[in-house]
Structure formats: structure tokens, C-alpha cells
Design a protein around this ligand. Structure first.
Ligand code: 5AD
Ligand code: SF4
Length: 466
């Protein structure tokens, strides 16, 4: 690898899985003399780690690419496109943006150092060759690597050397559910679960590096079924894995995301009851509250099935709070279907939720369904749904006024002297305090409640200890 190639900027779009992958890309490049920088202007290599889930995310990639393009005229810059758009579009990206040097998917980024070395070698060859035509030159200039290789990338990823209070840990990847709106099964491939031993080793390493919170990640994380640490012919489910991660010294908080309501093994309910570190908050997407839409979405459950899962979780962990994803304007969605979604939201009472207008994704069954919903209707339904969620979120937050919450402090706040962190329920909590308490768990008495955050005071006892 080139001696002077030292700075990499990775921009992440989309989900936490991409955040994990971006961190790993930096970890992979570090032994090759790279450091991570915050802007493309400072970088020798810029990587866009992309998301393909909705059209908007994809459009953002092309506008960001256009923005870094002029930098190529100023310096010897390599531009890479990684992640799910790379996987789905491959060569098409090079056709639309020929100045992109490398395109690689979520399953091949462990080969990034080799890829960069190869590109530099090709650049040298290109300089020396004078009699090539345009397309031969382009072929030499860009590399596309979007295989689903037989080797597991996880075996080849280095352990991170970064210290993070709250760390992500990928335990499962891909999805076999094939919801009709979703590109994930095509971009991330079929389900793969990492062996328990490997996950526990990574979790212990993260704890040693200072992590107090670990979020176990997977596209369909509760479908996890990894090799047992004691009997290799057997598999453990997510509940069993959480019991094991819960024993690791230093790990005070465990979360997992993203879940599907169908994959709820008994041990997972038991973990919510018996593992003190497992947080009383669950992101459990339902997408719609209408049975006919759920059927068209191929979710394989009804609204009632979902409500039963919620009720059962509340039995095991009475203070648990829920979040969800919703899609409005799925093909064929009637006013009544939309009302059914609102009714389900009222029945559950969420503490927060994400909601999206349905976006037609090429290659997915729903994209070619009849009765696509006009944009104007989607806009109205989204606003209505979001107003209801905001109302519930504020109501949930208000229940904490004058109460004390445990906050894992992980950032400085917007104003001078302000710190911020997350409560057990994933609320953002702001308060004034000394910078040294970043990375610690603090008791914060809540004084003001808002829709998206809480503001409080650090408790008296904690102040004296400090
Ligand atoms: N259109 C809109 N939202 C979508 N999601 C997935 N695919 C689409 C799509 N085609 C949403 C779902 C999923 C979340 C990650 O993104 O709600 O749970
Ligand atoms: Fe996509 Fe989630 Fe459905 Fe899998 S379960 S297809 S990742 S929405």
C-alpha cells in the first residue's frame, strides 16, 4: 500500500449494522497505516457506506458523490461505494459515476485493504499504458466486488482498538423473511448467525475496551441461531445468548435490534425477566395494523399475534417500553387499513417509533403490485400517524417528571457544560455536569420533559462522590 495514503473518511447511511460495518472498515485499514478523518477534504480515501432501503437514501448517495467529485481534480483521491446500494447496483454505479474507484458489498468489505492495494497498482499501470481505449481504461480504473463469498467475513475482521461506552456487535446478518417491500434479503443475503463463542469473545473484548452497553445487531436479530459453545452440533437462540452475554463483567446494559414479532423463543422472554442488564426497551417493528396489508406484506402474522407478543413481554417485564417501524401507503392500503394501524398504535402505546412512506424498491414484489398509493395520500397518512406517535412519546416522557433515571453518559450536549446520554428506555437526557463523567452511569433527576428529550439535574449523592 502507498506510503503516503494515510487518511480515510467513511460516511455511513442507514442502519446500525452499517455503523458497525463502517467501524470495522476503519479497524481493517488501521494496521495499514490509516487514520479516520471527519471530512472528505482531509481524506485520501472516501468511502460511502450506503443504504438501499428507501429511494431517498439512494438519491443521497448520488448527490454526495457529485460533491466529492471535484476533490479528485485537486488530489490523488480514491472514492469507494460500499454497503447495500453497492450490492444492489454494482456496475451501474460505475456507469452513472465513472469517477468511483471501488464498489464493494456488505459481504466483501473485509477485502478492503487488498482492494485499495489493487487499485493503486492499476493506477500505476494506467499511467504507463498509452494505447488503451476508453472502456479498457475504465475497467482498469475501477473495481467492483459484490460477491457473496464462501468465507465468513466475520472470521477475517479485526477486533476494534477503539474505546466506546456504547458499542455495536453484529451477531446475525441477512434475512429469510422476504417481506414484499424489503430489499434486505437481496442485498444482505440469507440469514447467517455467528457462533456463540465468537460473539462472547468480541463482547468481552468490547467490555475490556470500556464498553458498558452492548447492542446486539442483526437484520432479523431474534431469529439468531448460532453454534452452541458446548455442543457444536446444537444451536443457541437469542435468549440463551443474552443469558451468556449478561454474565460478562462490566456489561451493564444489553440491547438487541432489529426484531421480527414471529421469532420470540421462550428463553428470550425469560431473559427479559431474568437478565438484569437486558434493558426494558424493545424495538419491535409491526409495519401495519391491518391484517390484509400485513398479508400483502408477507409478514406472516396478524395484528392480534403482534399484540399478544407485546402483552406477553409486558407480563415478563412489566416496565418494558416499545418502539416500532411503520410503513404508510403500502400498495392497496385503504383508509380503513390506515385506521387499523392507528388503532394498533393506540392499543400498544409506544414510547417512540419510526415511520416511513412506502417506497417502491426495484426487484421487490410490492414494487409491481397494483394500486400504488398516490404521494398526497401517503403524506397525509404519515403526518397523522406521526402526530399520534409524538403524542404518545410526550405522554411517556412526562411520566418521568421528578423521577430519577439511570443515564449512560456518552456525549457532550449542544450547550457549553452540558452532557447527554441515554436512559434505560433510550430517551435522550441532557444535564449540566463535568466532562469527566462521560462514559459513566449517572442518576439524573428529571426536571423538564419534551417529546424528543428530557432535561435533568445530576443527583446530589453523585455530585458529592465526584
Ligand atoms: N418503503 C418504506 N419503508 C421501508 N422499510 C423497509 N423497506 C421499505 C420500503 N420499501 C422500513 C421498514 C423497516 C425499516 C428498517 O425500513 O419499516 O422496518
Ligand atoms: Fe426486511 Fe425486516 Fe422483513 Fe427481513 S424481516 S424482509 S429485514 S423488513
Amino acid at each position: 500500500m502507498k506510503e503516503n495514503l494515510k487518511k480515510v473518511h467513511v460516511k455511513t447511511y442507514g442502519c446500525q449494522m452499517n455503523v458497525y460495518d463502517s467501524e470495522k472498515m476503519v479497524d481493517l485499514l488501521k494496521p495499514h497505516g490509516f487514520e479516520s478523518v471527519d471530512t472528505p477534504n482531509e481524506a485520501d480515501v472516501v468511502i460511502f457506506n450506503t443504504c438501499h432501503i428507501r429511494e431517498k437514501a439512494e438519491q443521497k448517495l448520488y448527490s454526495d458523490l457529485g460533491r466529492v467529485r471535484p476533490l479528485k481534480q485537486e488530489k490523488d483521491l480514491l472514492i469507494g461505494v460500499a454497503g447495500c446500494v453497492a450490492q444492489a447496483e454494482g456496475d451501474e454505479i460505475i456507469r452513472q459515476a465513472p469517477y468511483v474507484d471501488m464498489v464493494f458489498g456488505p459481504q466483501t468489505y473485509h477485502r478492503l485493504p487488498e482492494l485499495i492495494t489493487k487499485l493503486y497498482r492499476q493506477k500505476e499501470e494506467l499511467k504507463e499504458s498509452t494505447n488503451l481505449n476508453k472502456s479498457q481504461k475504465r475497467k482498469l480504473r475501477s473495481v467492483v466486488d459484490t460477491d457473496f463469498p464462501v468465507e465468513s467475513k466475520f472470521d477475517l475482521l479485526p477486533q476494534t482498538q477503539e474505546s466506546r461506552t456504547s458499542a455495536f456487535l453484529s451477531i446475525q446478518e441477512g434475512c429469510d423473511n422476504f417481506c414484499t417491500f424489503c430489499v434486505v434479503p437481496y442485498t444482505r443475503g440469507s440469514e447467517y448467525s455467528r457462533p456463540v463463542t465468537e460473539i462472547v469473545k468480541e463482547a468481552k473484548h468490547l467490555a475490556e475496551m470500556g464498553a458498558k452497553e452492548i447492542t446486539l445487531l442483526g437484520q432479523n436479530v431474534n431469529a439468531y441461531h448460532g453454534e452452541s459453545p458446548t455442543e457444536p452440533s446444537k444451536e443457541w437462540n437469542l435468549g440463551q445468548l443474552i443469558f451468556e452475554v449478561g454474565k460478562i463483567n462490566g456489561i451493564e446494559r444489553i440491547r438487541y435490534t432489529t426484531s421480527h414479532p414471529l421469532d420470540m423463543p421462550t428463553e428470550l422472554y425469560e431473559a427479559h425477566r431474568d437478565v438484569p442488564a437486558l434493558m426494558p426497551f424493545l424495538h419491535l417493528p409491526v409495519q401495519s395494523g391491518s391484517n390484509s396489508i400485513l398479508k400483502m406484506m408477507n409478514r406472516q402474522h396478524t395484528a392480534k399475534d403482534y399484540l399478544e407478543v407485546i402483552e406477553k413481554l409486558r407480563k415478563y417485564r412489566p416496565d418494558i417500553a416499545f418502539s416500532s417501524d411503520f410503513i404508510v401507503g403500502f400498495p392497496g392500503e385503504s383508509d380503513q387499513d390506515h385506521q387499523d394501524t392507528l388503532s394498533l398504535i393506540k392499543a400498544v402505546e409506544y414510547s417512540q417509533a419510526y415511520s416511513f412512506k412506502y417506497s417502491q424498491r426495484p426487484g421487490t414484489p410490492a414494487a409491481i403490485m397494483e394500486q400504488q398509493i398516490p404521494e398526497e395520500i401517503k403524506v397525509v397518512r404519515l403526518a397523522e400517524l406521526q402526530a399520534l406517535i409524538s403524542e404518545q412519546q410526550l405522554k411517556f416522557n412526562q411520566t418521568f417528571k421528578d423521577k430519577t433515571l439511570k443515564v449512560l453518559v456518552d456525549k457532550t450536549g449542544k450547550k457549553d457544560g452540558q452532557l447527554s446520554g441515554r436512559s434505560e428506555y433510550m430517551q435522550s437526557v441532557y444535564f449540566d455536569g463535568p466532562e469527566e463523567i462521560q462514559g459513566t452511569m449517572c442518576d439524573i433527576k428529571i426536571e423538564h420533559t419534551f417529546t424528543n428529550s428530557l432535561k435533568g439535574l445530576i443527583s446530589q449523592t453523585q455530585q458529592t462522590i465526584l
